[in-house]
Write a protein that binds this ligand. Structure first.
Ligand code: FE2
Length: 344
C-alpha cells in the first residue's frame, strides 16, 4: 500500500495520496493548487496513474488542486452531491463507495463544518476533512455550517468507528499528523460536552476571524469545472435537445463513461453502450471496442456532467475518431430536460 501524507504550510493543509502499489491507479484527497507540480513529480516517481482527485468539502482557506490535476492528468474530479462547485466529474452521496483499482473507501456524509462535508473510511483509517480535527473540530460559522449537524456527524457517525481507527484530518496547525478516534474521544476539548446544546453553544461562541484566503478561495473553488463551451463551438457536442432526436437512430451509439454505481443510481440513456472512463484509452486504441464500433456508428460520449465526456471527445479525435461528439452537460442536463432514461 502506498500512503503519503503531504503538507501545504501556508494553509496548514494535509493532502493524501493513496494507491495499492507502484504502477497502479492513485487517488488524492484534498490537493492544494500550489502543490500540483509536487504531486505530479511524486506520481511520476512512484509510477502512479492519478485517476481521481477528491475534495472532502469546498475549502475556504486554499484553492483546490482539483481543476489543475484534471487538466494535467485527465483524472476524475470528485466531491459530494451537495457541493456548490460548478462542475465536478463525479458526485458522491452517503453510503457510496469511492473506488480505484485495489482501494475501496466508504463514503460518509458528515455535514456541519460545511453542508458539503464528507469523510472517507479506508480500512483502519478515516479521512475526516475539517469535520473532526486533532484536538479540534472545523468551524461551523460560514458556508452553511451548522453546529447541530456537526455534532451529529461527529458523535453519531465518526465516533462510532472503532477507537483504534486512525484519524487523518485535512488540516493541522500545531504539527500533529495523526490521531485516533479513541484519543479524540478522550482528549479533544470540543468533544467533552454533555449535550448537543452545549456543543452548539461552544461553537457559536468561537468568534473566529474569516480565513485570509476566503474571498479568493471560495469563488475559485466554485469554478473548478472544465469549460465545455469550446467543444460546443467546435461542433463536437450534442445538446440534450439534439441528443433526444438521436436516441432511436441506428447509426448513432451513445457511449456511457460512468461507473456502474453511478449508472445504477441514475439510470442510462436507452440503448447505451457502457465503456467506463478509466478504460477509455484501451477502448479508443486500435482493436478497442469503441474503435471497432465507430466503423458503422457515430459515437456520442456521455457521463454525469459532461466533463469526462468532453475529455473523451478530445482523446478520441486525437486518435483519429473524427465523428466523436459528447453530450453537453451530461446525464444531469439530460435528466433536467426529461430525456428518456432506462434503469440499469
Ligand atoms: Fe474547511
Amino acid at each position: 500500500m502506498i500512503f503519503r501524507q503531504l503538507f501545504e504550510p501556508v494553509s496548514g493543509t494535509y493532502s493524501y495520496l493513496i494507491a495499492r502499489r507502484r504502477g497502479a491507479e492513485a487517488l488524492i484527497i484534498d490537493p492544494v493548487l500550489e502543490k500540483v507540480d509536487r504531486y505530479i513529480q511524486l506520481l511520476n516517481d512512484l509510477d502512479l496513474r492519478l485517476v481521481k482527485a477528491v475534495d472532502t468539502h469546498l475549502h475556504a482557506d486554499h484553492i483546490t488542486g482539483l481543476g489543475a490535476l484534471r487538466d494535467r492528468t485527465n483524472c476524475v474530479t470528485v466531491m459530494g452531491e451537495q457541493t456548490k462547485a460548478d462542475v465536478v466529474s463525479m458526485r458522491l452521496t452517503d453510503g457510496d463507495t469511492l473506488e480505484i483499482d485495489g482501494v475501496d473507501m466508504d463514503v460518509i456524509y458528515t455535514p456541519g463544518h460545511t453542508d458539503d462535508s464528507y469523510s472517507f473510511v479506508m480500512g483502519d483509517r478515516v479521512f475526516t476533512g475539517d469535520t473532526l480535527l486533532i484536538r479540534g473540530t472545523g468551524r461551523t460559522d460560514f458556508q452553511n455550517g451548522d453546529p447541530r449537524q456537526q455534532y451529529d456527524s461527529i458523535f453519531n457517525k465518526l465516533l462510532r468507528l472503532p477507537d483504534e481507527t486512525l484519524v487523518f484530518p485535512a488540516h493541522d496547525y500545531k504539527g500533529d499528523t495523526v490521531s485516533t478516534i479513541g484519543e479524540e474521544k478522550r482528549c479533544n476539548p470540543r468533544l467533552q460536552v454533555t449535550s448537543i446544546d452545549a456543543y452548539v453553544q461552544l461553537m457559536n461562541g468561537l468568534n473566529l476571524p474569516n480565513p485570509k484566503m476566503m474571498d479568493v478561495a471560495v469563488p475559485a473553488n466554485m469554478h473548478v469545472g472544465l469549460s465545455q463551451d469550446a467543444i460546443l463551438q467546435r461542433g463536437w457536442a450534442v445538446t440534450v435537445d439534439e441528443g433526444m432526436k438521436l436516441v432511436e437512430r441506428s447509426d448513432i451509439a451513445f457511449i456511457d463513461l460512468r461507473e456502474l454505481r453511478e449508472r445504477q443510481r441514475h439510470g442510462e440513456i436507452p440503448g447505451s453502450i457502457s465503456a467506463p472512463y478509466r478504460t477509455l484509452k484501451e477502448q479508443i486504441a486500435a482493436g478497442g471496442a469503441v474503435r471497432e464500433l465507430v466503423r458503422s456508428r457515430q459515437p456520442v460520449f456521455y457521463c454525469a456532467f459532461g466533463e469526462r465526456s468532453a475529455i473523451a471527445v478530445r482523446a478520441a479525435r486525437d486518435c483519429g475518431i473524427d465523428s466523436a461528439r459528447h453530450l453537453h452537460g451530461g446525464m444531469d442536463a439530460w435528466k433536467r430536460a426529461n430525456g428518456p432514461i432506462k434503469p440499469v
